[in-house]
Design a protein around this ligand. Structure first.
Ligand code: HGY
Ligand code: MN
Ligand code: MN
Length: 413
């Protein structure tokens, strides 16, 4: 029976719970939006744990946190990087992002305490604003890190509450001095909860992530004319609210048409003046379209643009659309994917190859270096929801696959 190295699972579970207790708002909702005081609480706790583990910690100009473990024998070699994010959505679960960051820290602590000699330094990254809820685009910290967005432009991003990211990072003490682009890592691996139903429904313990679907985010602003809800005949209205409802309906039907190869979500909508007896003068809504096939995503974006023009003409409203984020589908590194599959088998875990429905920092890191992801099951496929849950054993299994993979990748030049 092979003896395997282990990560301190009890400490991982305990840390997840502790980090998950920070940033609970007055309504009891876990909400650590990027560069808020709540985000600072999570950041400070992670930095404390990393320093207590004896790692060198530095912050880059977009607020990405890097915790580094290097020795005299491997200093200067391109590191193997693990990471994810610790910012959350609104009313979030405790595992999304945080699991990957804390498991990576646990992996380094296991390597250190076992005195394993590696040819490469190890790094844990906690990227800024992965969720993209407060500032867009999402995966912003890793996008800047890989050179996909200029750091000055990113620091000028304006939040949904009207703040500049650069000022907010200063305010919370995470406006680092280092220019993004830590020496490009040799490889990047992200461990994450699946956030979907596949692994649990297939009875699998590990997801070997080969692909990640493309994402298209846009904000649509519809301008009509406010008028009296009681006196204005239906055919004389320029109703921005009704136009928004037609856009929502179209997005849903578009995704249903492409079935498993498309998902479409209108996650946020706002009416002005938002009064029961006033026909809305303005409606602002966001559209999230995703597909594993770029041509499908492009076709969906074109179909939506055509529909918006038609709604505008029919209802006499003006409609404009602004792209908030756009990423193509990503194929991860075959060699690392194969290693993950082999390691899961050696550990005795059932695994399945799959595509990620959610966006992750790994999709940006894939532009820079060989990259792959490891998933563990999400109970009932629920995520971005306080009921998000993964059993302790699954969390520890994933950390063990990460541990073996990182040693495998960092052992030789
Ligand atoms: O939107 C996403 O897929 C990720 O949670 N940011
Ligand atoms: Mn995530
Ligand atoms: Mn998320």
């Amino acid at each position: 029976m092979a003896t395997h190295m282990i990560v301190d699972g009890e400490r991982l579970v305990r840390r997840l719970k502790e980090l998950g207790s920070l940033g609970v708002d007055q309504d009891g909702r876990l909400t650590r939006l990027a560069a808020t005081d709540a985000d600072k609480l999570g950041r400070d706790l992670f930095v404390r744990w990393a320093k207590e583990a004896g790692l060198e910690v530095f912050i880059d100009r977009i607020g990405n946190i890097f915790a580094i473990y290097e020795t005299s024998e491997n200093s200067g070699a391109a590191p193997v990087m693990m990471g994810s994010h610790i910012d959350t959505v609104i009313d979030a679960g405790k595992f999304d992002g945080c699991y990957g960051v804390l498991a990576a820290l646990g992996v380094i602590e296991a390597v250190k305490s076992a005195g394993i000699h590696l040819a490469r330094p190890l790094v844990v990254a906690a990227f800024t604003n992965e969720e993209g809820v407060r500032f867009t685009p999402d995966m912003m910290g890793s996008l800047v890190y890989v050179g996909g967005m200029d750091v000055e432009e990113a620091l000028q991003a304006v939040s949904i509450d009207g703040k500049l990211l650069g000022h907010e990072l200063e305010r919370i003490g995470y406006a680092g001095k280092r220019d993004p682009r830590f020496p490009a890592p040799e490889a990047y691996v992200e461990l994450h909860i699946e956030q979907g139903p596949v692994l649990e429904s297939f009875g699998m313990q590990i997801g070997v992530v080969e692909y990640l679907q493309g994402i298209s985010w846009q904000r649509i602003t519809i301008d009509g004319v406010a008028n009296h809800a009681g006196t204005t005949p239906m055919d004389l209205r320029r109703d921005a609210g009704y136009a928004a409802a037609k856009v929502m309906d179209f997005v849903h039907d578009l995704a249903m048409k492409y079935s498993t190869e498309m998902v479409g979500t209108v996650g946020s909508i706002d009416f002005e003046p938002n009064a029961i007896n006033v026909i809305p003068s303005r409606a602002t809504l966001t559209v999230d379209l995703r597909s594993p096939r770029e041509e499908r995503l492009l076709a969906a974006e074109t179909a939506l643009a055509d529909e918006i023009r038609s709604i505008s003409n029919t209802l006499g409203v003006s409609v404009r659309s602004e792209t908030l984020a756009r990423t193509k589908p990503v194929e991860f590194c075959d060699d690392i994917v194969d290693r993950i599959e082999r390691i899961a088998e050696l550990r005795g875990f059932k695994s399945v190859r799959m595509t990620s429905g959610a966006g992750h920092d790994a999709q940006m890191m894939a532009r820079l270096c060989p990259t792959a992801m490891i998933f563990v099951p999400s109970a009932r496929g629920i995520s971005h929801n306080p009921d998000e849950y993964t059993p302790d054993l699954d969390l520890i299994n994933g950390a063990h696959v990460l541990l073996d993979l990182i040693i495998d990748l960092a052992r030789k030049h």
